[in-house]
Ligand binder design. Structure first.
Ligand code: B12
Length: 475
């Protein structure tokens, strides 16, 4: 049986290390047809990789490229140089076997990354069906020109194949992450990631999710999701399960079904999710989520200005965000809120409208993350807007260095100043630049959690310490 080594090139450990879910799903899809090993670079950062390449002696090597940059305009942390140096160049110096790229970051910039890395093949988007097919064809020296979503080094164009880009349905196999990688280092700070669907039917103008996952929601069966959680919980014990969907509560009814399934099994699990869509929230959904075991959620309305919600094409109204915020407070569900300033049409007044919402509706114990400047990605409506407004010349790559959009109506300095001022009088509002708490603050939070046996999300402990430190002038 031919062998493939799959390499996770993500070394980012903030806000917490994320296990390579996509690679584990591929490993499951390849199992039985190929011998598979995963090298997880998150903690080892490439050190043990050359020895593994020598010892495993693979016939193919696949690199997963997740993060390109951190999408924080004022920090501009770029990951791609480290990925090249620590993983791809190192491997290419050891072996000549075919190299295949994939991953969400890769799927946004496939041609650029093929060129930069000199890889042989790349697959855009999900790869459970396509990767085994590609490997079969390579080993049989067969033609690959009709494989959809494939990009090869000689052409640098994505093959559209039969005209479909995203494969249906979502694989119902379990990813069994902890069986493919050493999960020990994730047990402390990490989570067990789980997908309940693929695709995103929303049209937020800056967002890449529909490009990576497709524009239609494709759901997994609630019973399969609960099975996976139940079995992983039996193996791992006290771990938080995190849903990594574009939005958890879309399409309407699916999230409720998942919660009911978990409740019916009486699983005592800790759950969290990113992406709650205000449109499909209800008292019933929150009740079910709390009963199922949700301990934390992310709310990402981006803005609370009716004008900006429209210009970002969020697909929901201010009243719906207000309803969601009211439910969050009623159920006291710890929430991290995310706002993105500087989109088309942002002016002083629209900033003020969002701030008014924050003051009126958000629990002071909850975190409000304030970012300014929108990362421009190819293929998005924001890219076309930036082009039409002359922000980027036609044909210019936005890959590296990253390019950001900033509204004409308010200067960057002014917006940064308004965010800073807002955060100075609100201990729970944090500018994107300041998200990493100091090690002294973390140490105090850890100690306070231990002494008081706190079970709340870490961000709530940190926010309390931040408020106290503010009062005594320590920050
Ligand atoms: C969930 C998520 C998060 C969660 C993660 C929670 C968790 N437990 O994992 C949170 C909110 C914490 C987060 C944080 C960040 N994220 Co994020 N995140 C996502 C999201 C929505 C889904 C990722 C995911 O798990 N997908 C599910 C798995 C199954 O899919 P997959 O990994 O893509 O794998 C499939 C394919 O890509 C392919 N594939 C994968 N690897 C390979 C390899 C080969 C060889 C092949 C052939 C195919 C292949 O096949 C797989 C199976 O079909 C993506 C956007 C998206 N829709 O993809 C952004 C995304 C990956 N994040 C992004 C970023 C930037 C970040 C942060 C850096 C932001 C920040 N400043 O903090 C951090 C980094 C965190 C870290 N430690 O790495 C960017 C990356 C692009 C970029 N600009 O660099 C994305 C693409 C969003 C965006 N802005 O466009 N994120």
């Amino acid at each position: 049986m031919k062998k493939i080594l799959l390499i996770n090139t993500n070394m980012e450990k903030a806000p917490y290390p994320v296990p390579p879910l996509g690679l584990c799903m591929l490993a499951v899809a390849l199992k039985g047809r190929f011998e598979v090993q995963i090298y997880d670079g998150v903690f080892d950062e490439g050190k043990g990789m050359p020895a593994l390449v020598h010892q495993f002696n693979p016939d193919f090597i696949g690199f997963s490229i997740r993060n390109i940059d951190d999408v924080v305009m004022d920090r501009q942390m770029v990951y791609i140089d480290g990925i090249l140096e620590k993983f791809i160049r190192t491997v290419k110096a050891i072996t000549n076997v075919p190299v295949i790229l994939g991953g969400s970051g890769f799927s946004i910039f496939p041609a650029e990354l093929m060129k930069l890395t000199g890889a042989d093949y790349g697959i855009v988007g999900e790869a459970e069906t396509i990767l085994p097919e590609l490997l079969d064809r390579i080993q049989n020296k067969a033609d690959t020109s009709d494989i959809p979503n494939l990009i090869i080094s000689k052409k640098l164009e994505i093959q559209r194949g039969n005209g479909f880009r995203h494969i249906k349905p979502v694989p119902d196999r379990f990813s069994d992450i902890d069986r493919w990688i050493d999960f020990t280092p994730y047990m402390n700070k990490g989570v067990y990631s789980i997908q309940t669907k693929r695709g995103c039917a929303h049209g937020c103008i800056y967002c890449t999710y529909p490009l990576i996952e497709g524009r239609k929601f494709r759901t997994r069966k609630a019973s399969d999701i609960a099975d996976e959680i139940e079995l992983a919980h039996q193996r791992l014990g006290n771990i938080t399960f995190e849903f990594v969907d574009s939005t958890f509560n879309d399409p309407k009814g699916h999230a409720e079904e998942i919660c009911r399934e978990i409740i019916s099994r009486k699983l005592k699990v800790r759950l969290r999710t990113m992406g709650i869509n205000p449109r499909h929230t209800s008292e019933e959904l929150f009740e079910l989520m709390v009963e199922a075991g949700f301990v934390q959620i992310d709310a990402t309305p981006d803005s609370a200005s009716p004008r900006i919600l429209k210009s970002l094409d969020k697909g929901f109204e201010l009243e719906e965000i207000e309803k969601m915020a009211t439910l969050i407070r009623k159920f006291n569900l710890p929430t991290m809120w995310f706002f993105l300033f500087g989109g088309p049409g942002e002016v002083d007044d629209t900033f003020r409208e969002t701030l008014d919402f924050i003051d009126a509706y958000i629990n002071k114990e909850d975190l409000v993350y304030m970012n300014a400047g929108l990362r421009i990605y190819p293929g998005t409506p924001l890219y076309s807007i930036a082009l039409a407004e002359g922000r980027i010349p036609a044909g210019q790559s936005v890959f590296h260095p990253p390019v950001y959009y900033y509204a004409h109506g308010v200067s960057k300095n002014r917006l940064d100043g308004m965010i800073k001022a807002a955060s100075l009088t609100r201990h729970n509002c944090i500018p994107a630049m300041e998200t990493a708490p100091s090690s002294a603050m973390i140490a105090e939070a850890v100690e306070s959690r231990r002494l008081n046996q706190l079970d709340e999300p870490m961000f709530r402990t940190l926010l309390r310490i931040r408020a106290a430190w503010r009062i005594v002038g320590r920050i």
